[in-house]
Write a protein that binds this ligand. Structure first.
Ligand code: PLP
Length: 384
């Protein structure tokens, strides 16, 4: 089937560097072999550096949602009270997941686009007596990256175990798993870690390991104790996606060679560039207009212009894939991801295509403004 190659400017999956694609083309490794054990050990070492943890990082063949479910079934028992903080699509997903698994979910729900506040969390913890908290670091449906550290502090003060969704944040924005006291941090391979979809990770603190001893939700594929036992032998209990692990080692090598702080600075600069371009077109931003919005930029189409049509035009006429909105935002919202293997030139190209397509659809936009604005705002990446 002939397919037009697409530049992925979505907040996952993201385009991957050529070195990572080449690693995927290497002969398949057997998962019970010394060759794989060596690669797997390197993957774990690099994962610990990216998570900034000394803890065990569990590696699952699944998407991020699977790793999040693994946290629930290993840490909770039926009827356990869970404070599930939500400020968008993914927070709502975790509320539904815990309800489906028979937990007593106390929602702390914010309007989409808001950021959770430590004082609210403290009050909700006191009121509910919940011993487990779900937090979403980067809410990909809105582009809001929360200030995680103070929220984790509140959890620690209350003695509650924190489970953090870092699916679109890890590797893009600072997240210091150990220093910030996060108990479980979950992410997937397909975003800032610049690897195709198919692997998910959970960093698990000692406190969380202690909880696994009393948690009684049923588990089999997701059983952390067995996972840890077999990981110590250089493999996983069930056949892992060995080629993805090879690719991951390559991708994490690229991230770590450049340095995490440089990666964070680059993501901030890409966000700045994208916002400048969107504003130069005259569009309204949906995601925050500040450096916290380093993962993606959300914007609204002008009145009368359908965001779905815009995305299709970009895909079919320009070979650029961007993301849409969720729920009632579908007709207006589009989201440009700038995580992972994305350059400012990629962003400028997408913004130029957006200008062109908006103009072709009858919007009153001046052509040729977005790319220069983006390139100028990108400036020079410094880690200061
Ligand atoms: N959480 C966040 C913040 C996400 O952005 C995503 C995916 O986009 C998920 C969870 C779900 O991850 P997956 O699709 O890998 O299961």
């Amino acid at each position: 089937m002939a397919r037009r190659p697409q530049k992925l400017l979505t907040p996952g999956p993201t385009s991957v560097p050529p070195e990572v694609l080449r690693a995927l083309a290497e002969p398949v490794l057997h998962h019970r072999s010394p060759d794989f054990a060596e690669v797997f050990a390197l993957a774990q070492e690099r994962l610990r550096q990216v998570f900034r943890t000394d803890a065990e990082v569990l590696v699952f063949t699944s998407s991020g949602t699977g790793a999040f479910e693994s946290a629930l079934v290993n840490l909770l028992s039926p009827g356990d009270r869970v404070l599930a903080v939500s400020q968008g699509e993914f927070g709502e997903r975790w509320q539904k997941m815990a309800t489906a698994l028979g937990c007593d979910v106390v929602p702390l729900t914010y309007a989409w686009g808001e950021s959770p506040r430590p004082d609210d969390l403290r009050d909700a913890l006191t009121e509910s007596g919940a011993e487990t908290v779900f937090l979403v670091h980067s809410e990909t449906s809105t582009g809001v990256v929360s200030e995680l550290e103070p929220l984790l502090q509140v959890c620690a003060e209350a003695g509650a175990l924190s489970i953090v969704d870092a699916v679109s944040s890890l590797g893009a924005v600072p997240l210091d798993t150990d220093a910030w006291g996060a108990d479980v941090v979950v992410t997937g391979s397909q975003k800032a870690l610049m690897t195709p979809p198919g692997l998910a990770f959970a960093a698990v603190s000692e406190r969380a390991w202690e909880r696994t001893g009393t948690a009684t939700l049923p588990r089999f594929y997701w059983d952390w104790a067995r996972q840890r036992r077999v990981q110590e032998t250089g493999s996983t209990p069930f056949t892992p996606a060995t080629s993805l692990v090879v690719a991951l080692v390559e991708a994490l090598g690229i991230v770590l060679d450049g340095g995490l702080e440089t990666a964070f600075a680059r993501h901030r600069a890409l966000g700045r560039a994208c916002r400048a371009g969107i504003k130069a077109i005259g569009l309204e931003l949906y995601s925050p207009d500040d450096d916290s919005a380093a993962v993606l930029t959300g914007a609204l189409t002008p009145d009368g212009i359908d965001a779905v049509e815009l995305r299709l035009a970009l895909r079919d006429r320009h070979g650029i894939t961007i993301a849409g909105g969720h729920g009632e935002l579908v007709p207006r919202l589009f989201r440009i991801g700038h995580i992972g293997h994305v350059s400012v030139e990629d962003i400028a190209e997408a913004l130029t295509a957006i200008e062109e397509e908006l103009s072709a659809a009858g919007a009153d936009v001046d052509l040729g403004r977005a790319a220069p604005a983006a390139l100028e705002a990108f400036g020079t990446v410094t880690t200061a």
